[in-house]
Ligand binder design. Structure first.
Ligand SMILES: Cc1cc2nc3c(=O)[nH]c(=O)nc-3n(C[C@H](O)[C@H](O)[C@H](O)COP(=O)(O)OP(=O)(O)OC[C@H]3O[C@@H](n4cnc5c(N)ncnc54)[C@H](O)[C@@H]3O)c2cc1C
Length: 395
């Protein structure tokens, strides 16, 4: 594992840093007091992704013919690191960029790649993930949303649940049952569904954060062209798992965790405890040190993954370790922030005396959701122990 960047990469880093300094969206308090799914915030988030893309900083590793640059994974890592340091907003199209995009590059037809990939990058089309159902979460292969092939179209009927961003997504990558008689992993197909198709109803679900981050999605005789099938008919489980690998990498993002840790350190320096900054209190210092060590360990784990990616090795079990460690660490960072805030912790955004727009309480609740989404910690532990450590299957 090489822990240094080349001279050319360091030059590139300087370019990115100076671009971000000039182009970072101005902090807008009225906007940050709005829920993340407010139409105005969505619009601004799309504009930000477009700007980054036009500067050449989104999905740099994708092939040139689909809007990428065929750049090395190191360059994208540098951009991600600099975005964290600059406290830049994340990408609204992350599910398309980091989950569907790599899957389409591997399994999509040429036509699908040319049709969908460029618009993922520019944020012209936002994607959501239709996997979970009321009876299919951890046991995803039990899904029952039915798609019947009639001529050149699938007729889709059923229900998805916990579908993040469905209320403003343009498209959904969706798992459907195409052969109800086959063993459960073998009768599933992977479809791309236009969310404007007649027969689709989206009902937002309010989370404990107070936002409707996810939704129920109902399908009633929804017609989907056969051309929107990714991979082979009834072989969707293979395609779905590829997307899940990428999702676990996304959810366990080291950059997000580093940003949170920076914010926590800033908070610890600004809050008072026994007449001194909280960061000088020995008990708090111990807790900060513990978290910092975990963040550093995660960073080095991600360098190992980077080394694998440079060598062209698939992410494998490391993505699950990332998801497990990263999501739990984010939640623990927020937990210490709430301790530092004391009685200010429960104040919501928009309330007088609220600290950091109430982001800490919000993130505390939101990060709990990420421990569950994309496969719960228990499921990650099962997979790591079975496939990574060769332990016997759980009963
Ligand atoms: C914030 C958030 C966003 C989400 N976004 C999306 C989305 O965009 N698209 C989408 O399709 N889904 C989404 N989900 C759904 C998510 O993937 C599921 O919630 C998750 O897979 C767990 O399924 P479940 O909720 O049905 O829980 P269950 O599977 O019913 O699990 C309940 C509990 O049992 C435990 N458990 C279950 N099986 C085992 C086992 N074999 N061994 C040990 N423990 C077990 C679980 O760990 C959990 O604690 C999201 C969820 C959240 C919280």
């Amino acid at each position: 594992m090489n822990l240094t960047y080349s001279k050319e990469d360091e030059e590139f880093r300087k370019e990115v840093r100076s671009w971000l300094k000039k182009n970072l969206p101005k902090k807008d308090k009225t906007l940050s007091d709005l829920p993340p799914h407010d139409p105005e915030r969505v619009k601004r988030a799309k504009e930000w992704q477009r700007k980054l893309y036009e500067a050449g900083y989104v999905a740099m590793g994708w092939p040139k013919e689909y809007g990428g640059q065929g750049a090395s994974v190191v360059r994208q890592t540098i951009v991600n690191e600099e975005m964290v340091l600059a406290r830049a907003p994340g990408l609204i199209g992350a599910m398309g960029i980091q989950m569907l995009g790599p899957t389409l590059i591997q399994f999509g037809t040429e036509e699908q790649k040319r049709r969908y990939l460029p618009k993922i990058l520019t944020a012209e089309e936002i994607w959501c993930q239709g996997y979970s159902e009321p009876g299919a979460g951890s046991d995803l292969a039990s899904l029952r949303t039915r798609a019947e092939l009639v001529g050149d179209e699938f007729i889709v009927n059923g229900q998805k649940v916990w579908t993040s961003n469905a209320q403003f997504a343009d498209w959904m990558f969706c798992l459907v049952r195409t052969d109800p008689d086959a063993p459960k992993h073998r009768g599933i197909s992977y479809l791309l569904i236009d969310m404007k198709t007649p027969g689709i109803t989206v009902r937002p679900l309010i989370q404990m954060t107070g936002d409707a981050g996810f939704n129920e999605v109902f399908f009633e005789d929804v017609r989907v062209p056969r051309a929107n099938l990714v991979g082979e008919l009834n072989q969707g489980w293979l395609v779905a798992n590829n997307t899940l690998f990428h999702e676990r990498n996304l959810l366990g993002s080291t950059t997000r965790t580093q940003l949170m840790m920076q914010n926590l350190l800033r908070l610890a320096r600004s809050r008072q405890r026994y007449g001194k900054p909280a960061s000088e209190d020995p008990v708090i210092r111990q807790k900060l040190a513990d978290l910092l060590i975990r963040v550093e360990a995660m960073k080095y784990h991600s360098y190992r993954q980077l080394t694998d990616a440079i060598a062209g090795r698939p992410p494998g079990i490391a993505a699950m370790v990332n998801k497990l460690v990263g999501t739990e660490l984010n939640h623990d960072i927020c937990s210490l922030a709430l301790e530092l805030l004391g009685s200010y912790a429960p104040l919501n955004r928009g309330t007088p005396h609220v600290v950091d727009h109430g982001n800490w309480a919000y993130e505390f609740m939101f990060t709990l959701g990420l421990i569950i989404g994309g496969g719960t910690s228990q499921i990650q532990k099962n997979i790591i122990s079975e496939r990574g450590l060769g332990m016997p299957k759980s009963a």
